[in-house]
Design a protein around this ligand. Structure first.
Ligand code: SF4
Length: 241
């Protein structure tokens, strides 16, 4: 096999990265509380630009104030905004949640996204991203965790790690990276690969001072090898954050 042969295709490199992560972290799966599609959509909208802890606080506050979806859909935007303020970007998120619920009710006659299960992945993603405030990442989270589709959500951790690995080009944003990587993820690997990349980004491949010598991906990471070489030579290090 040559240097340009199948062993070096993007799919093969991602399979290798996924295996190395599984050997270190196991093969994780997300907890079942995320599986109900509309609640997952709301939770994922709330997760934009905030921490998991603040997302969960905002969701708990919202669920307490509006215990049912009809109550939430009919609520004044400023009341929803107040309920989710702890998660940040409250005005935009309140608008996104109410307008999504209203449109789903209007188009489907009830608060359900179950019809997405029958749609091909690209079509289902196109439907979800046609909502205000729902981008590729949010749509992919819903499609992966609620419908088990082979969608590959890319968050800021995954974007940073995959850039350092040279799997996506430096200028790529979250959406472009997701659409570029997704076709090359091995079947059935989307969830554990996604969760393990996030864990690596949080614990080892941190924005500043990544712990390359302890990283299971060092043997296949150009950025990591360069950092280790420079550290050994006492040189300053720069690279994707
Ligand atoms: S080797 Fe370093 S830069 Fe590469 S993925 Fe691991 S921690 Fe990140």
């Amino acid at each position: 096999m040559t240097a340009t042969g199948p062993r070096n295709t993007l799919a093969a490199r991602m399979r290798d990265v996924s295996r190395r992560l599984s050997r270190r972290f196991g093969s994780p799966h997300r907890s079942p509380h995320l599986t109900e599609p509309i609640r997952n959509l709301i939770l994922t909208i709330l997760s934009q630009n905030t921490t998991d802890a603040n997302r969960d606080r905002a969701y708990a506050s919202l669920a307490k104030r509006f215990p049912t979806l009809p109550l939430l859909a009919a609520a004044p935007p400023e009341d929803v905004e107040e309920a989710i303020r702890v998660g940040g970007l409250a005005r935009a998120k309140a608008k996104a949640i109410i307008s999504a619920l209203s449109r789903i009710r209007r188009e489907k006659g009830g608060y359900t996204l179950d019809f997405l299960s029958e749609m091909p992945l690209a079509e289902a993603r196109e439907y979800l991203t046609s909502f205000t405030g729902v981008g590729v990442k949010t749509a992919n989270v819903v499609l992966l965790f609620s419908f088990g589709k082979e969608a590959f959500p890319v968050d800021t951790h995954i974007l940073r790690v995959t850039k350092r690995l040279g799997l996506v080009p430096a200028p790529a944003d979250l959406s472009r990276a997701a659409l570029l990587l997704e076709p090359h993820v091995s079947p059935g690997e989307s969830m554990p690969f996604h969760l393990n990349l996030i864990r690596l980004g949080r614990e080892i491949c941190r924005p500043r001072n990544p712990m390359c010598p302890e990283c299971p991906l060092l043997p296949v990471c150009p950025e990591g090898k360069q950092r280790v070489r420079k550290q050994g030579a006492g040189m300053p290090i720069a690279g994707p954050r």
